[in-house]
Ligand binder design. Structure first.
Ligand SMILES: C[S@@+](CC[C@H](N)C(=O)[O-])C[C@H]1O[C@@H](n2cnc3c(N)ncnc32)[C@H](O)[C@@H]1O
Length: 276
């Protein structure tokens, strides 16, 4: 049904309808707390140094080659794009978080790159990756997308299964129930503004001091980033509300990366949540 609506309704009309619903849903969420005291400060993350670090580039080249030789180039076709995977890998390698939480496993593209970066940090490092679906089940997205095997099997092949804890749960339930703390939280699950608003609020309570929250699909000012005109407004709208409520939260979009991302551009929708 969704696919049919997408086909017959012109994109601008569909986008307006989605936006109206998204704004209405965000409006009815009661104001949440946003204690940013455990967030890294904006000035403590020097993205240009991280992205031009020659040592990180070396490990990226060998890990990326290793991953694609095992998974094949086909693996690239879904999940976050390969330029974003590189940025995520560089951030993890530079910031050296031990405990990572990822919301939105899907086919495990980002998970595998995070796990490879963690493997270079410490044998105690782990990424807990949560998806509302059981991503390793027989009829999960990996199967529908024609991949050879589920994320767990890919991780095994890659030798990084010990660095991944797969969890099938709605993200908010997992985050409310867990007693774990994390150094780095990557949010790439439900992109509606109300979900991101609630997730960021809880994520802040799960962070160890000097922690980082990284958002995917953050379109600054809810404007298009790529030539396909596609806009996902939820994460920007959610963080805009957080800022308007007077919280000490500063979102730093990664902007243009030094390497290609998608649609012949270097733009990325990745953004770091910091405090001023
Ligand atoms: C864009 S995909 C993530 C892509 C993934 N990071 C990758 O690189 O392969 C979003 C995922 O979030 C999951 N998701 C959506 N809503 C969720 C929720 N409320 N809790 C947990 N996961 C959710 C979806 O099932 C989907 O697998």
């Amino acid at each position: 049904m969704k696919q049919l609506i997408k086909k017959i309704v012109p994109r601008p009309v569909l986008q307006t309808a989605i936006d109206i619903r998204d704004r209405r849903r965000l409006r009815i969420v009661p104001e949440q707390g946003f204690d940013s005291s455990h967030l890294k400060r904006a000035n403590d993350i020097d993205l240009s140094t991280i992205f031009s670090d020659k040592e990180i580039e070396k490990t990226w080249n060998s890990d990326h080659e290793n991953i694609t030789s095992i998974l094949g180039e086909d693996y690239i076709f879904d999940g976050i794009n390969s330029g974003d995977r590189r940025a995520l890998y560089c951030l993890i390698t530079a910031l050296k978080p031990e405990k990572v939480l990822e919301v939105g496993t899907h086919i495990g593209a980002s998970t595998l790159y995070i796990s490879r970066a963690l493997k270079n940090i410490s044998s105690d490092s782990i990424v807990t990756t949560v998806d509302i679906l059981d991503v390793n089940a027989e009829h999960a997205p990996w199967k529908k997308l024609g991949l050879e095997m589920p994320p767990r099997e890919f991780a095994k092949k890659l030798g990084s299964l010990d660095y991944i804890d797969f969890q099938a749960s709605p993200a908010l339930d997992f985050m409310r129930d867990t007693d774990k703390k994390f150094d780095f939280i990557f949010l790439d699950g439900d992109h509606s503004s109300q979900a991101v608003y609630k997730e960021v609020s809880i994520a802040l309570t799960l962070l160890n001091p000097n922690g980082v929250i990284l958002l995917h699909d953050y379109y600054p000012e809810a404007k298009q980033l790529f030539s396909n005109g596609h806009i996902i407004a939820g994460p920007f709208r959610a963080l805009d509300r957080v800022k308007k409520e007077g919280n000490d939260i500063y979102v730093k979009p990664l902007g243009n990366l030094p390497w290609p991302t998608k649609l012949e551009s270097n733009a990325t929708s990745l953004a770091v949540v910091t405090r001023a």
